[in-house]
Design a protein around this ligand. Structure first.
Ligand SMILES: C[S@@+](CC[C@H](N)C(=O)[O-])C[C@H]1O[C@@H](n2cnc3c(N)ncnc32)[C@H](O)[C@@H]1O
Length: 228
């Protein structure tokens, strides 16, 4: 486990808001990308998961308690890993991805309230959840800082956030490669390689309890809580 200090200037970058018109257009574009990708998503991500994720999904879900929100639930790949006694809600932008999550929940006989929604404007009251989880999600949400602020807002004081994400590496050679690949991947898949969720989480007022990176600093596990 390593808890790292925020980088100078990074909090400011996280607080800067992207243009709302760009966010709306990009959100609609990402929705279309995932609607089209949904039938192939599980096959595509299974390969990346073997290389990059390890037991990350199990890790992200293990600490879930009480009323749990999964943001950008996708096709429901985390559903098998939740403790049976949690009350689970999942939000997802793409109807085609959500339909697959619904089918997965039925196969697993896992009760879950699955809803279409936008992570950047969650349709829940403040302090509604004991745990919020997102995996491989912030990379594809146009305004990732807004999504993190929303996660913080809907968490109860004392509640926990768990993120498993691919992030900007702090190893300079890898980061250079990520910089080169970022623009083409954003254009093609809406996938951002240079995200820094730990910065966004701190800027949203949460306390980071655990932040660890693996796979040359490209995959991060972050656990945080909302102060009481
Ligand atoms: C790489 S997939 C990850 C899916 C799932 N979390 C997983 O771990 O397999 C990214 C997901 O984020 C969803 N997404 C992107 N932008 C979103 C938004 N603004 N609100 C909710 N979901 C969003 C996409 O539709 C897609 O299902």
């Amino acid at each position: 486990m390593s808890v790292q200090l925020a980088r100078p200037g990074a909090e400011l970058a996280a607080a800067m808001k992207p243009d709302p018109t760009w966010v709306a257009k990009e959100t609609a574009r990402v929705e279309g990308i995932y609607d089209r990708m949904a039938p192939r998503y599980d096959a595509i991500i299974a390969v990346a998961e073997r290389l990059m994720v390890g037991d990350g999904r199990r890790w992200a879900c293990a600490g879930a308690t009480g009323q749990v929100l999964e943001v950008a639930v996708g096709t429901g790949r985390n559903l098998p890993f939740y403790p049976r006694n949690v009350e689970l809600t999942g939000v997802e932008l793409s109807a085609a991805m959500l339909a697959r999550a619904q089918a997965a929940a039925e196969r697993l006989a896992r009760p879950v309230n699955l809803l279409i929604g936008d992570a950047q404007h969650l349709d829940f009251h403040d302090a509604s959840f004991d745990t919020v989880i997102a995996t491989l999600a912030l990379c594809s949400i146009p305004d990732d800082s807004a999504a993190v602020r929303e996660m913080a807002r809907v968490l109860r004081p004392g509640g926990h956030l768990f993120l498993l994400e691919h992030v900007a590496s702090r190893t300079s050679v890898i980061r250079t490669v990520q910089r080169l690949m970022d623009a083409p991947l954003v254009r093609l898949l809406g996938d951002h390689l240079l995200r820094e969720p730990d910065t966004a989480v701190r800027a949203a007022g949460l306390v980071v309890d655990e932040y660890a990176t693996t796979r040359w600093g490209v995959v991060s596990r972050l656990a945080a809580h909302k102060p009481t």
